[in-house]
Ligand binder design. Structure first.
Ligand code: ADP
Ligand code: AMP
Length: 219
């Protein structure tokens, strides 16, 4: 079953964790704009150099840069999970135009809902694999071997923007620029709310049930 999903929600809501699990389950690609940007920063590309100052400050990278990046990543794709995109109304409008050109309507937009204090705890305890971007947490979602990625064994690192100061800024940016997308997608009839404060396996189960109900209903 091919799906085209957007994972929407604040930083730390578990979008990347669920996108990685579900992309392999559905056999579709995972497109995480933050991961692509971090790869470019690491490789020192022109895009990475331009994006870095925004990312370090917890601000959004300009829309034109992001939209161009997503258009080239999704060319020819029939199924995907996008996570961390769109983050502004301008990005959502450009994405709608792209999907119309591809004749590929969204299956659904999943809204990951988590209380704010839990988000801060999740982000400040997050460790990621710099190679495949898997995301772990010291207490909520620990790797099988301490400090090592379950998938590829690479040593885990903390993101430089997961400090309390930058996390606080990222939450404010979410409230101002990304939260308006909730009303945008609700109006399109595409929004499904997920209780993302629950443990990882429960969130996965809730998403699978919600999507099979939606597809069963012929939506
Ligand atoms: P996002 O992609 O939305 O920013 P992540 O998927 O990277 O969020 O998750 C943020 C942090 O929370 C990570 O440390 C991750 O291991 C942890 N996490 C993810 N899902 C859950 C969950 N359901 N319960 C507790 N912690 C979680
Ligand atoms: P994330 O990995 O989704 O938490 O994103 C990390 C950082 O990358 C954000 O704080 C932004 O600076 C930047 N970024 C990722 N996705 C986008 C996007 N869709 N629009 C603008 N900036 C983005």
């Amino acid at each position: 079953m091919s799906v085209r999903l957007v994972f929407l929600g604040p930083p730390g809501a578990g979008k990347g964790t669920q996108a990685q699990l579900l992309a392999s389950q559905y056999g579709v690609e995972q497109l995480a704009t933050g991961d692509i940007l971090r790869r470019n920063v690491r490789e020192g590309t022109e895009l990475g150099r331009e994006a870095k100052r925004y990312m370090d400050a917890g601000d959004l990278v300009p829309d034109a840069v992001i939209i161009g990046m997503v258009e080239s990543e999704l060319a020819g794709s029939t199924g995907f999970i996008v996570d961390g995109f769109p983050r502004t109304i301008a990005q959502a409008q450009a994405f709608d135009a792209l999907l119309a050109r591809l004749e590929a309507p969204l299956t659904a937009v999943l809204l990951f809902e988590v209380p704010r204090e839990q988000l801060i705890e999740r982000l400040t305890g997050r460790w990621i694999c710099p190679k495949d971007q898997s995301s772990y947490h010291l207490t909520f979602n620990p790797p099988r071997n301490a400090g090592k990625c379950d998938v590829c064994g690479t040593g885990l690192v903390q993101r430089s923007d997961d400090t309390l100061e930058t996390v606080t800024r990222r939450m404010a940016v979410y409230d101002e620029q990304t939260a308006p997308l909730i009303a945008y997608y609700r109006k399109q009839g595409n929004l499904i709310s997920i209780h993302a404060e629950r443990p990882v396996v429960d969130v996965t189960a809730e998403i699978l049930t919600a999507l099979s109900e939606r597809q069963g209903a012929g939506a």
